[in-house]
Design a protein. Structure first.
Ligand SMILES: Cc1ncc(C[n+]2csc(CCOP(=O)(O)OP(=O)(O)O)c2C)c(N)n1
Ligand SMILES: [Mg+2]
Length: 541
């Protein structure tokens, strides 16, 4: 057993390294200096950012990409409150993350200490665990409990604050081994009943979500789909679990499920607004979850096996029970035909050469330049909705969207995380011009830490996803305009990166080529048609 001796910071970081943590995202404050001292001594990479939201989104992005807890360290009071949106975002997505907060010293508590705030009650509703390590002896166990809470299905953020006089005090801990926590094995009878439903169904479908990737069930998903011959749709980090060009992967025909499917098996994602709240018309719905707490309560489900997702999907793949087996091939053929037709119909928009530029043209040009393992991050409204449609994923863990919490401002944090976690892959950050305002200053972090990211900004001079709906409701819009053609590329240049503005479709491809070969953070500021609205069928509420 390894023993860590030093101060509270050494103990906290020693414990987290056992969970695989190799980097810390942070913004400085005296309350957390011992955590930095510990990182320096242990050669843990410190990525210091320009706003705590970026530190927390970077930690969340790390959790999403690496499937072990990401770490953010924020100072007491305002450092923690600036981190709340990112923590809430991780909570709603179920991203493994540990946030360590500074805290005013116990010796001055209640006397009006600098940045004195009891963070725990604020964070409890948006964390799996929120606690204060109130003594040097408590630091090790509290941080271990946080790591376990974050990494145990259903995953999520955990928060520990350490009073200043505790984190500076001498402390030690015996490090206990960490086995990657797995959920319980699912009930085999329930899995068999789902397998029978799938076998009996004539027009079944699987929808795979974020937890399929986070729970290590990617291969099991493929086996289940291939053995049972079921089409697979995806959302969140479920994208790419089956490569977009796999014969059973579908993306354009989800609308057919509500009209035609007789069984929809939703795996590892909530039946929330992104899935029409689980309304698939006449189809029976099965909800496969990593933990009983995740079972949908607003939909009558035919079954809802809970537990290790790989175990459940392997159980489906290996089912050899008796009973009728419907032939799914006619259904698969019809879906494929519609999918191909929808994709063919898009080609014209994607390859259009006219001006003003519309978002599909941007993605047409981008798609031709993306490697199969490119990591694509989206932060914005309509501009990013188009990306959700037109950017295909071929490997798991290559698509980062903000998830169901829908928080703008994730962009730079996620991009920093992706560049650190995948040093050899393309990393592309798609930004709305509105979204960019939340985090663009962290291009400075990309520059200082030599993290080249290709940023593609859809500049429609406004908050498009709000402007168009408001106009539909009221016939006018307010608070929805931004400066037309603002030079966000110049901002990136001023911070030490590079970039350019693109006003004509003919210039898109060459600009993207320059961005990919630049070797520095590069922003392609694409002026797009301000009147274009994403053709949205879902209700965003
Ligand atoms: C933190 C936060 N504030 C506000 C919103 C509401 N919101 C959602 S999309 C959107 C517009 C985004 O504009 P932009 O990034 O420019 O993308 P566009 O729709 O113009 O393509 C807004 C304001 C939000 N989701 N998150
Ligand atoms: Mg915009």
């Amino acid at each position: 057993m390894t023993r860590v001796e030093g101060h509270g910071g050494d103990v906290a970081l020693g414990v987290l390294r056992g969970f695989g943590v190799t980097e810390m995202f942070t913004l400085s404050g005296g309350h957390v200096f011992p955590l930095y001292d510990a990182a320096v001594k242990a050669s843990v990479r410190i990525v210091d950012v320009r706003h705590e939201q970026t530190a927390v989104f970077a930690a969340e992005g790390t959790g999403k990409l690496t499937r072990r807890p990401g770490l953010a360290v924020v100072t007491a009071g305002p450092g923690v409150t600036n981190a709340v949106s990112g923590i809430a975002s991780a909570y709603f997505t179920g991203s493994p993350m540990v946030v360590l907060g500074g805290r005013a010293p116990i010796v001055n508590w209640g006397r009006g200490a600098l940045q004195e705030l009891d963070h725990v009650p604020i964070l409890r509703p948006v964390t799996k665990l929120a606690t204060t390590a109130a003594t040097p002896e408590a630091v090790g166990p509290a941080v271990r409990a946080a790591g376990l809470a974050a990494a145990t299905p259903h995953r999520g953020p955990a928060f520990v604050d350490i009073p200043m006089d505790v984190v500076f005090a001498p402390a030690s801990v015996d490090l206990l081994p960490v086995d990657p926590p797995r959920g319980p094995a699912p009930d085999p009878d329930e899995v068999a009943s789902v397998a029978r439903l799938v076998a009996r169904a004539e027009r079944p479908a699987i929808i795979a979500g974020t937890d399929v990737y986070l729970d290590g069930a990617v291969e099991a998903l493929r086996r289940a789909a291939e053995e049972l011959r079921v089409p697979v749709f995806a959302n969140g980090l479920g994208r790419g679990c089956l490569p977009a060009d796999h014969e059973l992967a579908f993306a354009r025909t989800r609308g057919m499920l509500k009209k035609e499917a007789d069984l929809v098996v939703v795996v590892g994602t909530p039946l929330d607004f992104r899935l029409g709240f689980g309304d698939f018309g006449a189809a029976e719905v099965v909800h496969v979850v990593d933990d009983p707490s995740r079972r949908a309560t607003h939909v009558a489900t035919a079954a809802a096996p809970a537990g290790d997702l790989a175990g459940t999907l392997d159980g489906l793949a290996g089912y050899a029970g008796p009973g009728p087996r419907a032939d799914h091939e006619p259904w698969l053929a019809r879906l494929r035909e519609s999918e191909n037709a929808a994709r063919a119909a898009e080609e014209e928009q994607l390859g259009a050469t006219g001006d003003p530029i519309r978002p599909p043209q941007v993605y047409g040009a981008l798609r031709r330049r993306l490697a199969r393992d490119a990591v694509v991050v989206g932060d914005g409204g309509d501009f990013v909705s188009y990306a959700g449609r037109y950017v295909d994923s071929y490997q798991p863990g290559c698509w980062l969207d903000p998830g169901p919490y829908g928080c703008l401002g994730t962009g730079l944090g996620y991009a920093i995380a992706a560049r650190v976690a995948r040093p050899d892959s393309q990393v592309v950050l798609l930004l709305g011009d509105g979204a960019a305002g939340f985090s663009l200053m962290d291009v400075d972090t990309l520059v200082r830490h030599r993290l080249p990211v290709v940023m593609v900004l859809g500049n429609n001079g406004g908050w498009g996803l709000e402007k168009h709906p408001m106009r539909t409701i009221y016939g006018y819009h307010v608070a929805a305009e931004l400066q037309p053609e603002a030079r966000y590329d110049e901002v990136v240049r001023a911070l030490g990166g590079a970039g350019e503005i693109v006003r004509s479709a003919a210039d898109l491809g060459p600009a993207l080529d320059r961005a990919f070969s630049a070797g520095v953070p590069y922003l392609v500021n694409v002026v797009i048609d301000p009147e274009d609205a994403y053709p949205r069928s879902s209700v965003l509420a």
